[in-house]
Design a protein around this ligand. Structure first.
Ligand code: SME
Length: 160
């Protein structure tokens, strides 16, 4: 009998860190590096159906570079998993999106989600949103590894 692997052991974090640093090296353009970061995660991590960015624009979060199916373009302040991560300035690791009261459905296939706020000099510039079709896809170790990757991306690509 086959079963879905729900551990994070298939993900090679050290390789992803080296690849991300190499992709960003010498390239100061924020949008270009964000696009490559999303593609690297989408193709480099197992069991995902969507990876992308939402940028702060006024009171809203607005869709940025992503991989996966077309998604909601604008998330009002404080709404959904993304808005909650932005409002609290804390990563949201949601094991079951159906149990998250204010979850915004973009792809009905999504079952679990990780949203990391992006802070530059204590200022929120947006969030990184990662969706999985597998319930409880993201472990605490996955969260720590993805937060580390986010720091590599931000350090290599200082936002204006
Ligand atoms: N589920 C998110 C919306 C963005 S999509 O997942 C791409 C949320 O609740 O904020």
């Amino acid at each position: 009998m086959t079963s879905i692997d729900t551990s994070g052991e298939l993900d090679d974090w050290a390789l992803l860190e080296a690849q991300l640093a190499a992709l960003c090296e010498g390239e100061p353009d924020f949008g270009a590096n964000a696009a490559n970061f999303a593609a690297l995660l989408f193709h480099g991590l197992s069991r995902l159906n969507w990876v992308g960015f939402y940028w702060c624009q006024g009171e809203d979060l607005v869709l940025g570079p992503f991989q996966g199916r077309p998604a909601c373009t604008r998330i009002p302040s404080g709404r959904g998993v993304c808005g909650t991560a932005a409002a609290r300035g804390e990563t949201q690791r949601v094991a079951d999106v159906h149990a998250f009261e204010d979850h915004i459905v973009c792809d009905p296939a999504s079952r679990s989600e990780l949203v990391v706020p992006l802070l530059v000099d204590d200022r929120l510039i947006g969030v990184l949103d990662i969706d999985s079709p597998v319930p409880d896809r993201f472990s605490a170790a996955d969260q720590a590894a993805i937060e580390r990757l986010t720091q590599i991306f931000l350090a290599a690509t200082r936002a204006d």
